[in-house]
Write a protein that binds this ligand. Structure first.
Ligand code: SF4
Length: 639
């Protein structure tokens, strides 16, 4: 039996785990007491992370034929791709990178898109979770990275958690909150559009109107400025006067009307925020997955500036920060935009017009060939009936380790390693760059994704530009191509836990808030539906649904509804309802929750047999292109 320390495959907290190996298989996972992130106490998802590795693996390249997929060799798979991509224009391509694979995998994938397909139509799962955050942080601070640390949570005296449920979804980060609360040092305010474990654990937990976040936070900013209790350094900052003017609509009366909370609660929250000495904001997808996601985040970052506070956005997948840093983003430019360096190191100058975002190109008729790396867009994007129709006519190359809904649309499948079967790095939500080593050997025909993509580039005649002996070679190129990783080295990253890519604010400024009008519920769709995450599953569930320990704890999708709504629909626990929105419908069993808010339904998006995102229309935040996956109107009927 041996023990190997390597990354958790799941969330952006980025814990390191201790994998116990016997006869070449992982038989158990334990905490790693030397890990500064998890402090030796990973969550249940981490502790069961070994259970999915060998289940239903893709172990050979495959090609779709009438009646299903057949195994083939690498050459035949590459030949099929080569024939299909010949003579296509850049706009005919789409590339989706992966927050669950390494920096090296994403970097080579991004380089392939730009040098081989000559396309900037590349994106990753950040588009569906924190695109609004990265856009807002770029606008206000010049850097799309969390400026603070998870440990800062333990130093706060007041935390405002908005649209996030760390008690359920980021328990390791929330351990810091619990410990500070137990010491009596911390007051937690939690605001969300539906009830959650974090709201229950908070000193002040409040359900707010889903369209009321900008107004609620803007109103707090207005009160701080009116009472002259803000950081005086803000006075001289760019945009501050215009920002102040934009707060005019957010009077106490308007805020309580828009957000739906009582005056007493609102002023109670303001009092806590006003008196905070070490103020921290946390936010998540309840804030970002809305059609005004960027506005919401700008409001939160502005409040943090006024309070000289800290900002902790909790990122989704383990390497979603890294995937974006590596260039799986349509407006990314390598070498900090230096054309001479690009030519010197990559051998040519790239086209500089930004590409399209995946929330756009996946629905476009221009798309002809799509490369999907380690992700499941056919379950995670909105308006799935429309998306699936488009994917049916597109040639899809699926590079992944396990089957998913997206694989059903694949024409060629290329089998890659899971994160813990190969060497590489990940960048967690704090921009902490962590080395991860192979825990077990992958099957013979299964390769790290960076190697698959490099081999494909070589097959297409670009061998010289994709010559890497190992992940360390790729990392060395990353440190040249990406300024934020400039000071790092492979050797140091392998041996040091506290290596960070550049997370400093390049500047601080304000932007005026827009006063987005509320839209009333449509007449025939009386219930608000929101999506929710289970503490026992992760994203679209390809890994957690294959972990028997987790499935025992949470095995199926259920629609959580209030007692009042159950009564009016005439349903009891386990009865099925049909939920219908203007763009789709699903059938799902109900679970009645005492604490559920009447009028609001909540459904997890982890389960392939109940594709809840069918119900969400293709509505994007106009600034970030992030889809609304948080709130849509539905009707319900018992079936
Ligand atoms: Fe840590 Fe997230 Fe893994 Fe849980 S799922 S062990 S919080 S990285």
């Amino acid at each position: 039996m041996k023990k190997v320390l390597a990354s958790c495959p799941y969330c952006g907290v980025g814990c390191r785990l201790c994998y116990i190996i016997q006869n070449g298989k992982v038989i158990k996972v334990e905490g790693d007491p030397s890990d500064p992130v998890s402090e030796g106490r990973p969550c249940i998802k981490g502790l069961t992370a070994y259970q999915f590795i060998d289940k239903e693996r893709i172990i050979s390249p495959q090609i779709k034929e009438v009646g299903g997929f057949r195994n083939c060799d690498w050459e035949e798979a590459f030949e099929k791709i080569a024939k299909k991509i010949k003579d296509l224009k850049p706009e005919n391509f789409g590339f989706v990178g992966s927050g669950e694979l390494s920096n090296e995998d994403n970097f080579v994938f991004s380089k392939f898109a730009r040098l081989v397909a000559r396309s900037n139509n590349i994106d990753c799962c950040a588009r569906t979770c924190h695109a609004a955050t990265t856009v807002a942080m770029r606008k206000l601070f010049g850097n799309p990275a969390m400026p603070n640390f998870i440990d800062d949570l333990g130093r706060a005296d007041v935390i405002l958690a908005i649209g996030t449920n760390p008690a359920g979804n980021y328990p390791i980060a929330f351990n810091r909150v619990r410990a500070a609360k137990a010491r009596g040092d911390l007051k937690l305010i939690a605001i969300d559009i539906t009830s959650s474990a974090t709201l229950e654990a908070a000193d002040l937990g409040v359900v707010i109107n889903h369209q009321g976040i900008t107004a609620f936070v803007g109103g707090l900013c207005r009160l701080l400025i009116e009472e002259k209790v803000y950081d005086p350094a803000c006075d001289g900052r760019e945009g501050f006067e215009e920002f102040k003017e934009s707060l005019e609509p957010y009077t106490i009366e308007n805020v309580i009307k828009i957000s739906g909370i009582t005056r007493e609660t609102y002023l109670g929250i303001f009092d806590l925020v006003k008196n905070a000495k070490q103020f921290v904001t946390m936010h998540g997808m309840g804030v970002t997955q809305q059609i005004n996601g960027v506005e919401n985040v700008i409001a939160i970052l502005s409040l943090a500036q006024l309070k000289k506070g800290m900002i902790i956005p909790l990122r989704g997948k383990i390497n979603v920060q890294g995937a974006g840093d590596m260039g799986t983003c349509p407006d990314w430019v390598p070498f900090g935009g230096s054309t001479s360096k690009t030519k010197e190191i990559w051998g040519e100058i790239l086209q500089d017009a930004p590409g399209h975002r995946m929330s756009e190109f996946l629905y476009s008729n221009d798309l002809k060939v799509l490369f999907v790396l380690g992700g499941n867009i056919a379950q995670s994007l909105p308006e799935l009936d429309t998306l699936h129709k488009n994917l049916e006519r597109v040639f899809v190359v699926y590079i992944n380790h396990h089957p998913s809904k997206t694989m059903e649309f694949a024409n060629v499948i290329l089998p890659c390693t899971v994160l813990v079967e190969s060497e590489g790095t990940i960048t967690n939500g704090e921009r902490r760059v962590r080395y991860t080593r192979p825990v077990v050997k992958a099957c013979e025909n299964v390769l790290p994704a960076w190697k698959i993509v490099a081999n494909l580039a070589a097959y297409l005649g670009q061998e010289e530009k994709f010559k890497y002996n190992d992940a360390g070679d790729v990392f060395n190129e990353i440190t040249k191509a990406i300024p934020a990783y400039g000071g790092l080295s492979w050797e140091k990253t392998k041996s040091n836990d506290n290596i960070f890519a550049d997370k400093s604010k390049f500047f601080e400024k304000f932007i005026p808030l827009k006063n987005t009008p509320l839209s009333p519920p449509p007449k025939d769709f009386p219930y608000l539906l929101t999506t929710q995450r289970s503490p026992f599953h992760f994203c679209t569930g390809e890994q957690t649904r294959r972990s028997e320990g987790l499935v025992k704890l949470h095995g199926k999708a259920e629609c959580l509804i209030s007692e009042k709504d159950a009564l009016s629909l005439g349903v009891k626990n386990g009865d099925f309802v049909r939920l219908t929105s203007p763009v789709g419908n699903i059938e799902i069993s109900v679970k009645i929750l005492k604490k559920a808010t009447p009028g609001i339904f909540s459904v997890p998006f982890h389960f392939q047999d109940v594709l809840v995102n069918k119900l969400f229309g293709h509505e994007l935040d106009p600034i970030s292109g992030e889809p609304n996956l948080k709130a849509c109107w539905v009707r319900a009927e018992k079936i």
